[in-house]
Design a protein around this ligand. Structure first.
Ligand SMILES: *Cc1c(COP(=O)(O)O)cnc(C)c1O
Length: 366
């Protein structure tokens, strides 16, 4: 089976984990500090906090940004459920704004009409490895005095106009989950330049304990710390990120070249000024044949997958807010048409040729 995702580990990661186990220091040690510094430097931020998951990082970011009961938070309905759930856990109200069909990112032209006196923040999603339109979105956030938090869980290393995603707005969040471009099984990151936000986040992720003062709890908190084993693996992974993202881009380019010869397939686009890191390589096909094509490819040993089969506003706990079918026509349409194909670094040129051949054969048989 050509899997949709596969971690890319070597001896370096094995050695790093063993070093932690032998050291006896399993949390908050030198690997965690070095990893945090390295990410801050890579993304171009002053501060980085390593957490137990991307979801934990989102929750912590929203809490540190002051999202609370009554806060409206503008976000995309075409994302992983964690984006909306983190807003709900802070007692905020997700206010969805439809996406751009070409890039699957929030349509910045539709944001302003959704801003009310209750709006506190915008949570953008750099979906599939591509940056949102930050020139416009940062300007909008500034004009309306809103915090900008980016769910960049899928996009570590992606850029817009030479700036890394995660460096736009007040806060950026990444995930190191097993399927992400670099991974340590589970893991998350929060990055910011704001000293106050960093302080609130560091307290929240460690039981609300004041920094450097044991058993002094000044606020509600949780345990969202990353382990030293995770940090040691992630530190080795981040050393390989340029190579991994380059390989993904090269695989995507080859696949696009081969698929461009087939009619009726919509290929992924890279926006002007963007460096897409292809967490997912996502095509669109006619909704009538989409599921048949996915099954066909799976029978051929290709793990084609659907990200995401349903926009967030149509899940029951979000529908309750008052959303109905038809509210976000672009997100609803693309959720019926998308298919993601394997392009991770362990997918070979021959695999890519095989994937393209199978898709061509499927259309010839129709
Ligand atoms: C992976 C992901 C998350 C959640 O990250 P976890 O590490 O799985 O908790 C949130 N948002 C998006 C867009 C993601 O892709």
């Amino acid at each position: 089976m050509i899997q949709i995702a596969q971690p890319f580990f070597g001896e370096e990661e094995e050695k790093a984990v063993c070093a932690v186990l032998r050291s006896g220091m399993l949390v908050n040690g030198p690997f965690t500090r070095e990893f945090e510094e390295r990410i801050a430097c890579l993304v171009g931020r002053k501060y980085c906090i390593a957490l137990s998951s991307g979801t934990a990082a989102l929750h912590t970011a929203l809490h540190a940004a002051g999202i609370s009961s009554g806060s409206e938070v503008i976000t995309s309905p075409f994302s992983f459920i964690a984006t909306a759930n983190a807003i709900l856990f802070c007692n905020g109200k997700p206010i969805f704004v439809d996406i751009e069909q070409e890039n699957y990112t929030i349509d910045y032209k539709l944001i302003e009409s959704k801003i009310t006196p209750q709006t506190k923040a915008i949570v953008t999603v750099d979906l599939f490895g591509q940056s949102c339109d930050y020139t416009e979105i940062e300007a909008l956030a500034k004009k309306h005095n809103l915090l900008l938090i980016t769910d960049s869980c899928q996009s570590l290393g992606a850029k817009q106009n030479s700036k890394c995603v995660g460096s736009f707005g007040e806060l950026g969040v990444f995930s190191l989950y097993a399927t992400k471009n670099i991974t340590c099984g589970e893991g998350g990151l929060l990055v910011t330049d704001d000293e106050q936000i960093e302080k609130r986040a560091r307290e929240f992720y460690n039981q609300g304990q004041e920094i450097g003062k044991k058993y002094s709890y000044t606020d509600l908190g949780l345990n969202y710390r990353m382990t030293e084993m995770q940090a040691a693996i992630a530190l080795e992974q981040v050393k390989k990120i340029d190579w991994i993202n380059k390989k993904r881009r090269a695989n995507a380019e080859l696949l696009s070249q081969l698929l461009s010869k087939i009619k009726n397939i919509h290929l992924p686009a890279e926006k002007d000024g963007n460096t897409h890191v292809f967490h997912q390589y996502t095509i669109r096909v006619n909704s009538q044949i989409r599921d048949t094509l996915v099954t066909y490819l799976q029978e051929k040993g290709i793990e084609a997958s659907i990200f995401y089969p349903k926009p967030l506003h149509l899940y029951s706990h979000l529908k309750k807010i008052g959303y109905v079918k038809g509210d976000f026509p672009v997100a609803e349409k693309v959720s019926q048409e998308v298919i993601s194909l394997p392009i991770h670094p362990l997918v070979s040129d021959n695999d890519i040729i095989y994937i393209a051949t199978c898709i061509r054969e499927f259309y010839e048989k129709m």
